[in-house]
Design a protein around this ligand. Structure first.
Ligand code: FAD
Length: 373
């Protein structure tokens, strides 16, 4: 077992590539995008993921590039139609401990990529479209038409994973939409008070702006049942957001929808969890969101991706690992409990951030009064 294909060059894929390259595997990473994807808001490295970063030798870099949020008192301040504060979510509701490190997603991607760029082969603008497993190899058909055998294929290609679809079946057998779509758009730096975060809700909608010091991001989210659209079509994504906010003119919604209209790129996706009874099949195994997305409101997707990648790396070199089914069973046994705990609290976080009715919104504001710093 020596040649490994990793599909997806985000947190899970880069971590899996690093864990396996460190253990002597020959690793190729394919990424559908033409380059590493750099959008998104800062993400949290927390709990055991901090130890993993230390073991990987990147904790100091992560710490050095952390987001310093100027010590804001609250995770976010909820405002009304006019922008007047009405409630505030304490930091303690959103973090596990003071040890957590918040880092821009692109900074973490750069650090992980830098760790392995000279010993892992990266292929961009490429994607897995077919997988055939046999006792001796797993043969991969790529979108470019190339066909290549590998010993192991790792699907690290996110909640809409192609590897999962090719090997385990249709996405909707595993992905559970939690009733919210979420978008993140870059705003001009300084659009909002330094280090501050504001969130405006009307039932079923969220509009927010957070200044992260070196970057200001806008957030627009809306409640909706599952919508069918092309995940990769930026204009289709923009139209869904604009339709959801049509007629809403409170606070700074107009400014945010204008930013969406003009954005060269943005993050938009269903807030979903992925739940599977197994993450492996013969020579194919899933890591990160492809296997077990906990959903954006968990704040744990990145840490889980790092933890899963290490658990898989360890399992693949443990005694008896030549029997892949044993290695994969050990990976799942080590990691599944962490995933289930992270997935549990998400509906509550969703209801706090995007209340669906006027009474739920009023109750949320009463629960988190302004004085609770
Ligand atoms: C652009 C982007 C922005 C994000 N922003 C946020 C955010 O602001 N807040 C947050 O909490 N989470 C965000 N996430 C999700 C977060 O990165 C993950 O929840 C977590 O880090 C686990 O990562 P992952 O590597 O499993 O999946 P992901 O980060 O989703 O990465 C999957 C990777 O696979 C690639 N890919 C997809 N399909 C294929 C294919 N067929 N072939 C090859 N490659 C493929 C994608 O381009 C992507 O690079 C974002 C994800 C992306 C891709």
């Amino acid at each position: 077992m020596s040649s490994v294909l990793v599909s997806g060059a985000s947190i899970a894929g880069l971590c899996a590539a690093a864990q396996l390259a460190d253990r002597g595997f020959t690793v190729t990473v394919v990424e559908r995008a033409p380059a590493l994807r750099r959008t998104g808001s800062p993400i949290d490295v927390r709990g055991e993921a901090l130890n993993i970063a230390r073991e990987m030798g990147i904790l100091d870099q992560i710490y050095a590039r952390r987001v310093v949020n100027s010590g804001r008192e609250h995770f976010t301040t909820f405002v009304d139609h006019n922008g007047d504060p009405v409630a505030a979510l304490p930091n303690s509701e959103a973090s596990d401990s003071d040890e957590d490190i918040e880092i821009a997603r692109d900074s973490l991607i750069d650090i992980l990529h830098g760790l392995i760029a000279d010993r892992v082969t990266f292929v961009y603008d490429e994607s897995v479209v077919g997988v055939t497993e046999s006792p001796d190899a797993v043969t991969v058909v790529f979108a470019s038409g190339k066909v290549k055998p590998f010993d192991i294929v790792i699907g690290a290609d996110g909640i809409h994973s192609s590897v999962r679809r090719a090997v385990f079946g249709p996405e909707l057998n595993f992905r559970r939409h939690l009733g919210v779509y979420f978008s993140i758009v870059e705003l001009p730096l300084g659009t909002s008070a330094h280090g501050e975060s504001f969130t405006y809700n009307v039932p079923g909608l969220l509009a927010g702006i957070t200044d992260f010091g070196s970057r200001t991001l806008g957030f627009l989210a809306f409640r909706s049942p599952e919508i069918e659209y092309d995940y990769h079509d930026l204009n289709a994504q923009k139209q869904l957001i604009l339709d959801a906010f049509e007629g809403e003119h409170g606070w700074r919604v107009q400014e945010l929808t204008d930013a969406v209209r003009n954005a060269p790129d943005l993050y938009f996706d269903s807030v979903s969890q992925v739940r599977m009874t197994t993450w492996s099949h013969e020579r194919v195994v899933l890591v990160g969101d492809a296997a077990h997305a906990a959903a954006l409101f968990s704040g744990r997707g990145t840490s889980l991706a790092m933890m899963g990648a290490r658990a898989l790396g360890e399992a693949l070199v443990a005694p008896g690992a030549a029997e892949l089914s044993s290695a994969y069973a050990a990976y799942e046994a080590a990691h599944r409990g962490h995933v289930l705990r992270a997935q549990e609290g998400v509906p509550e976080a969703r209801d706090i951030m995007v209340p669906d009715t006027a009474s739920a919104l009023a109750e949320r504001n009463l629960r988190f009064p302004l004085r609770a710093a």
